[in-house]
Design a protein around this ligand. Structure first.
Ligand code: ADP
Ligand code: ZN
Length: 288
């Protein structure tokens, strides 16, 4: 009998990353396709998976998406500003080609799940995962389930206090100076006139960035008190920020709650660049 594999789709606003994995959640092949139109991009995704014998697929998608299984639009990308993808029946398109179980959640939930099963959340009962990248988003897990209600959380758009040295008006088209509007990669670029990866490690801006990231950790601590908070995404590749985030977090908490030791509580992903892929594979496996 030919071996059957797990499929992973990280559907992002700029690229789709597709992976093939085995039951040990080892990544066997991974490719990436630019996010253009559903017709073009999803055709490439389908072509890639057809090379393998797939037994289940895990999708972590940009949103907003409909995650309610009893909804008529379950599996759709809904009110995204990316017009070509509005009301796109993502799960339906995959189901048409692959008669296998499909897990569908947000990109950040999938990454949170990866760290929960195989990264810095392994062995714990709760974790929250943030990505600070092109956007800011977060997923929360409690006892193996995603924290959600009428929809999935949108923690990336929480309100933050402005840093006293920060004049930037914010770049979120909905709220201007929410967390994403102040701290995501494009906000850094607009402020500085160059990309985050081009800023020196000792640029004073990183104190401002750390202040916003620390506020996300602070709000998360007070609202969910998870066992660990993981910060991933391109901007967090600035590893020197983590001690700054710890310092700002301590100042904000001001002794009000006792958290686990900060070097274990506020961390970067153990799975480095793989939490999303491994999370999607694990979600696919869970469907079997
Ligand atoms: P996406 O969010 O699109 O999946 P990333 O998490 O890589 O992808 O985020 C991309 C954003 O992160 C860009 O705005 C980019 O400028 C910024 N970024 C990427 N790498 C770094 C880095 N090493 N330092 C600071 N910012 C970075
Ligand atoms: Zn916003």
């Amino acid at each position: 009998m030919t071996e059957k594999f797990l499929g992973s789709i990280e559907a992002g606003g700029t690229k789709f990353v597709c992976g093939i994995g085995n039951d040990q959640l080892e990544i066997i092949e991974r490719v990436s396709f630019p996010t253009t139109t559903p017709e073009e991009t999803v055709a490439l995704v389908i072509g890639f998976f057809k090379k393998y014998n797939i037994k289940a697929i895990g999708i972590g998608s940009f949103g907003p998406i409909d995650i309610h299984k009893d909804s008529v639009t379950y599996g759709h990308i809904t009110t995204t500003p990316k017009l070509a993808w509005q009301d796109y029946d993502f799960v339906g398109a995959m189901k048409k080609e692959f008669d296998v179980p499909i897990a569908f959640t947000t990109d950040v939930n999938a990454a949170a799940y990866g760290e929960y099963v195989a990264g810095n959340g392994a062995g714990l009962s709760s974790c929250v995962y943030y990505t600070i990248g092109t956007g800011v988003g977060a997923g929360a897990i409690q006892d193996g389930r995603f924290v959600e209600g009428f929809s999935h959380p949108e923690m990336g758009h929480m309100i933050v206090k402005r840093h006293e040295a920060d004049q930037f008006s914010g770049s979120c088209p909905f709220h201007n100076d929410c967390l994403e509007g102040m701290a995501a990669g494009p906000a850094i670029e607009k402020r500085a006139g160059k990309k985050g990866q081009e800023l020196a490690e000792d640029d004073p801006f990183w104190d401002i960035e750390a202040y916003y990231v620390a506020q996300a950790a602070y709000n998360t601590t007070l609202m969910l008190a998870p066992e660990v908070i993981i910060f991933g995404g391109g901007v967090m590749k600035q590893r020197h920020m983590l001690p700054k985030v710890h310092r700002e977090f301590e100042k904000l908490v001001n002794g009000y709650v006792t958290t686990p030791p900060l070097e274990k509580y506020i961390v970067t992903p153990k799975l480095e660049d793989d939490p999303g892929t491994i999370g999607c594979l694990a979600l696919a496996k869970k469907e079997l």
